[in-house]
Design a protein around this ligand. Sequence first.
Ligand SMILES: [Zn+2]
Length: 407
Amino acid sequence: MNCRHCDSPLEHTFLDLGFAPPSNAYLSEADLTRPEVYYPLKLMVCAQCWLVQTEDYTQADELFSSDYAYFSSTSSTWLAHAKNYTNAMTKRLSLGEKSFVIEVASNDGYLLKNFVEAGVPCLGIEPTASTADAAELLGVPVLREFFGEALGNQLANEGKQADLIAGNNVYAHVPDINDFTKGLKAALKPTGTITLEFPHLMRLIEHTQFDTAYHEHFSYLSLYSVQRIFKQAGLRVFDVEELSTHGGSVRVFGCHTNDPRATAASVDVLVDEETDRGLQTLTTYEEFQSRADKVKDELLTFLLTQKRDGKSVMAYGAAAKGNTLLNYAGVKPDLLPMVCDAALAKQGKYMPGSHIPIVRPEMLAALKPDFVVVLPWNLADEVVSQNSLVKEWGGAFVTAVPELRVF
Ligand SMILES: [Zn+2]
């Protein structure tokens, strides 16, 4: 296989998690009687451009035809983040009724509804019908398409180039990152601004966030690699901010290469920090697997100890990263009998691979477990504050990443 960005041969493994089912392929009761398809889950690093990426395999398209859709609006943390973003961008770019905003992967309208309320014309691009329907109910116009160079050109030809193109947590999830970036270029006004948010590879490595690996998450991005990808497409990263979302993300600001805006000092500062932390050094990547294994072993030891001691354990949050962790650790319902989740679409279903049943959050209070393992550790504060009653019966919360923590 060759690198999805620079086409160099991919020869170095960053992380090998064996085989796993697609992380969002939640199972119904009937599915449990059928065979389940597992695919290799392996991340490679390109020693030329340092893009970390999932290994290619056949049938990737079939893999992601899941009927399950994640609705961004189910997280209050995420809604507040979107509101803050809207306010900051409106002020910084002086957006108003003559501006035009495009959001790629607009989901259920969690972000663009803020622009609609402010009277700023906007367009969402979202191929998933159920979330696009939800956005339209909020008054957000939606184009039900996949984004890439072809759609970018189409928008440009229709006079729909944007002052702001937003992409929050979509860039790492596109299979063809070069084509997607060319689409951004095509759909951007000459003076326009692109902002993309993605989990930062530097934080993934620093905090051993190996459970953020899953098949649908194609790229694991550093600022250095994004700069290269932008440059090849005729774009330039002119500013960057670090964010606390998803365990450490970055928001890059992009413009056309020849835009008069100067590149902020923050860009070189962060690329230098990546270099200092070894993100352009092969050994940094080669050492990661053993750290991931240690996290996995500690969780497994904890669960085995609780089972032996007769303690009860439940999990909270049927998130993709939970599936990666549980499947890599080989955890089954005998060690973790159920997972609570507030999303109605997941309740009554089963976690892919582990087949752990997903139940309503009310089951926590009904069963009063000794330990609650919070699988989406990035939302731990939200989960703990919403379930403060766990402390009242003497229970404790547990997170596994970056190391086992009982609190
Ligand atoms: Zn490469």
